[in-house]
Design a protein around this ligand. Structure first.
Ligand SMILES: NC(=O)c1ccc[n+]([C@@H]2O[C@H](COP(=O)([O-])OP(=O)(O)OC[C@H]3O[C@@H](n4cnc5c(N)ncnc54)[C@H](O)[C@@H]3O)[C@@H](O)[C@H]2O)c1
Length: 304
């Protein structure tokens, strides 16, 4: 099985789960995989996936599935560098699908995002909504989903696009998203800035649930899209309370002016993933946050 982006946050959790099942994995990633996912079942193809030779070295005949996680993942970077984002996200996905067709790979799982549907206010996001991305990042993922659909329709490859909500869990020590920032503030005894009143809501899904969804997509050979989230939206202030409960840190809040363009809510329906993939999110938020806190404390203690 090939896992692109297997050295990244989600990728290393996927690789660990696959090797625990005894599945040999080829990681293709520009970065070295961390020690925790190396082993005799793991091969690393190092290089940039925008280079055709790197893709060709990874997707060899006999590959059973491609789990495609590598991407430019930053929305802000995609706004600054739309053409580069197109190359890294869309052209790479097309190149991998083409290799899957040529080399008889029967399964392809894409890491997508709910950003493909844009801002729907306080409405509930389901897979039935039209694609209306508002950023190059969301647009490239929507384009990738369309490519998957075309390759499934024409060549019989089972292609699954999993639209993840905000993923959290161990292994996000280098990330700059809200939960790692809260963890760093908790470690330092600092406070946090909250944009606006903090009532904006988000869905946070633990990486273990994401891995379960990805493995189910591989096993069931389901073609289509499915939202993988916790199915429970909480406000930023509720999240901070949950981080206080998980860490014991006071995390005083300073309210700063709201940012233009921030979505008021992300509320998702995970029923389709339940029906098609038997997906059922299982990690409770405070328990999940404790896994992140332990990881941050281990990094600080020098034992990641
Ligand atoms: N983390 C989230 O909350 C979240 C939410 C929705 C969707 N996703 C999607 O899930 C996937 C994985 O996210 P993540 O948080 O693990 O990202 P990450 O940045 O931690 O990992 C991505 C990995 O891909 C590698 N990579 C990227 N571009 C590459 C290229 N051109 N060639 C070789 N390697 C390359 C990077 O080196 C990195 O190891 C991404 O596609 C992302 O868009 C993530």
């Amino acid at each position: 099985m090939v896992v692109t982006g297997g050295s990244g946050f989600v990728g290393r959790a996927v690789v660990r789960a696959l090797t625990e099942r005894g599945t040999p994995v080829t990681i293709v990633d520009a970065q070295e995989p961390p020690e925790s996912v190396r082993g005799e079942l793991v091969t690393h193809v190092a290089g940039d996936l925008t280079e055709p030779a790197v893709r060709e070295a990874a997707v060899i005949t006999g590959t059973s599935a491609i789990v495609h996680l590598a991407a430019i993942t930053s929305v802000l970077r995609s706004v600054d560098q739309p053409a580069e984002t197109y190359r890294a996200n869309v052209e790479v996905t097309q190149g991998l699908l083409e290799l899957a067709r040529q080399r008889g790979v029967g399964r392809f799982v894409l890491a997508s995002t709910n950003a493909v549907v844009g801002d729907i206010g306080h409405g509930t996001i389901s897979e039935d909504l039209p694609l209306r991305p508002l950023t190059p990042y969301g647009a490239t993922k929507a384009a990738c989903e369309m490519l998957l659909s075309g390759y499934a329709g024409s060549y019989g490859i089972a292609t699954t696009a999993l639209r993840f909500t905000n993923i959290y869990g161990p292994g996000m020590g280098r990330k700059d998203s809200f939960i790692p920032r809260l963890m760093r503030a908790a470690l330092a005894g600092d406070g946090v800035e909250v944009y606006g009143d903090g009532a904006q809501s988000r869905d946070f899904v633990h990486v273990d649930d994401v891995v379960t969804g990805i493995l189910a997509a591989c096993d069931k050979q389901y073609t289509g899209t499915a939202i993988i989230g916790s199915g429970r939206s909480i406000s930023v202030l509720e999240l901070i309370d949950a981080v206080r409960a998980a860490t014991g840190a006071p995390l005083p809040v300073t309210h700063v002016p709201a940012k233009n363009g921030e979505m008021p809510a992300v509320i998702v329906d995970v029923a389709k993933a339940g029906r098609e993939l038997a997906y059922s999110p299982s990690v409770e938020l405070t328990d999940g946050l404790r896994t992140v806190w332990e990881d941050f404390r281990a990094i600080t203690a020098g034992t990641p």
